[in-house]
Design a protein around this ligand. Structure first.
Ligand code: KIV
Length: 271
């Protein structure tokens, strides 16, 4: 199997080549300069400035409250850190559903004010006109189907989507429509692995899964989940690579102890 480790900059063409060559695509969310720098240095293919920033950075219950200005702040911070990774930015709730001109204006603000490489939009047929208009302006678009958190109030639950045949058929059709509209990739969130496999096999463009099983072209996780900063979030699809909540808590307690004990700073830690 060939890999694209030596590629200087990840582009939509490289991502397509990865799918064509059978190399899986790695993607993680990032919201700030320091973490983006580490992920980029580690060789992450895509950094997603997700509207999950509303949850993990700002503490909101849903992704709905985050604004375009907030997303631009996070995205510009991420882009300043990267050398190789491809950066995609979520269009937040309320900045593209109204009409395609509004969607384009939002995408253009993101591209101009952050220098990110693409935008991501939730939805299928309903937002197709917006997707086409943004792409026609030269902005690459990543789709997002399945569990689309901006529609949580319609779904009423974060449970697995598209388990019913009618929703599965709509999802398959939406994936083809997004591909035909020119999307360069699609995220599939929390759907049955067998359906995700069917989608990945029926479109040419890369399919990136989160809770969508192993038969897709790449995987994405929210960084706080992957690093174990969210200690109470334990969905079946999540693999934790660190237990940072406990590590940071232990380090903080050690620091508090040293300050209280007048042990920090010592003679070598002062001027
Ligand atoms: O906002 C986000 O973090 C996302 C991922 C869950 C794919 O959209």
């Amino acid at each position: 199997m060939s890999t694209h480790k030596e590629v200087k900059r990840i582009t939509t063409h490289i991502l397509q080549k990865m799918k064509d060559d059978g190399e899986k695509i790695s993607m993680i969310t990032a919201y700030d300069y320091s973490m983006a720098r580490i992920f980029d240095d580690a060789g992450m293919d895509i950094l997603l400035v997700g509207d999950s920033a509303a949850n993990v950075m700002a503490g909101y219950e849903t992704t709905l409250p985050i604004t375009l200005d907030n997303m631009i702040y996070h995205a510009a911070s991420v882009v300043r850190a990267i050398k190789r990774s491809f950066v995609t930015v979520d269009l937040p709730f309320g900045t593209y559903q109204g009409n395609s001109k509004e969607a384009l204006a939002s995408a253009i603000r993101i591209m101009k004010e952050t220098s990110a490489h693409s935008v991501k939009i939730e939805g299928g047929e309903e937002i197709l006109e917006s997707v086409k208009r943004i792409i026609s302006a030269g902005v690459p678009v990543m789709g997002h189907l399945g569990l689309t958190p901006q529609s949580i109030n319609k779904f009423g639950t974060y449970a697995v989507r598209a388990t019913e045949e009618s929703e599965a058929q709509k999802l398959l059709n939406d994936a083809r429509l997004l591909q035909d509209a020119g999307c360069f990739a699609i995220v599939l969130e929390k759907i049955p692995a067998s359906l995700a496999k069917q989608v990945a096999e029926s479109v040419r463009i890369p399919i990136i899964g989160i809770g969508a099983g192993k038969h897709v072209d790449g995987q994405v996780l929210v960084m706080h989940d992957m690093l174990g900063i969210n200690k109470d979030f334990k969905p079946r699809f999540l693999r934790r690579y660190l237990n940072l909540y406990e590590e940071i808590k232990k380090a903080s307690q050690a620091y508090i102890h040293d300050v209280k004990a007048k042990d920090f700073p010592n003679d070598n830690e002062q001027y």
